[in-house]
Design a protein around this ligand. Structure first.
Ligand code: FES
Ligand code: FES
Length: 161
């Protein structure tokens, strides 16, 4: 066991665990942040996607020992049920979730896009979201939700999503 000092959604957390433990397991089992999901455990579905600094990563593939001082961001840090973030609101308004299992990962993947690209084209959105799979097949609604959020952010802070 080793102690790792993580910063998750702006807050420090000390976790005692094996260095090879995937970040996903630390988030879910040690920190009770259950937004990121275990889908395949193989880097093939994206259900576990979180942000490490400014990059979306599949947290099932990231050993906690490799996180270091990078900031971890999860869907829990984007907003609350009462005050959802722009992406969360767009996903709700487009009714993008069916079972919901993929949605936290989708939103974190989309976070990377909207933070790097002010006005993404539909093709850029489609390409960026490609690593993340939805077994319910709501991909078209998900793409519309990302479009809606990107447009709202591009329109400025006073815009409504
Ligand atoms: S659970 Fe990580 S990519 Fe599927
Ligand atoms: S909404 Fe069910 S897996 Fe995407």
């Amino acid at each position: 066991m080793t102690t790792f000092n993580l910063r998750v959604n702006g807050k420090p957390h000390a976790v005692d665990t094996d260095p090879d433990t995937p970040l996903l397991y630390v988030l879910r089992n040690d920190l009770q942040m259950n937004g990121a999901k275990f889908g395949c455990g193989l880097g093939q579905c994206g259900a576990c996607t979180v942000m490490l600094d400014d990059a979306a990563v599949m947290s099932c593939l990231v050993p906690v020992s490799l996180v270091g001082t990078r900031a971890v961001r999860t869907v829990e840090g984007l907003g609350t049920a009462d005050a959802p973030g722009v992406l969360q609101r767009a996903f709700i308004e487009e009714q993008a979730a069916q079972c919901g299992y993929c949605i936290a990962g989708m939103i974190m993947r989309a976070t990377e896009l909207v933070e790097h690209t002010a006005a993404p084209t539909d093709d850029q959105i489609r390409e960026h979201m490609m690593p993340n799979l939805c077994r319910c097949g709501t991909h078209m609604r998900i793409l519309r939700a990302v479009r809606r959020a990107a447009d709202a952010m591009h329109a400025g802070p006073g815009a409504k999503a």
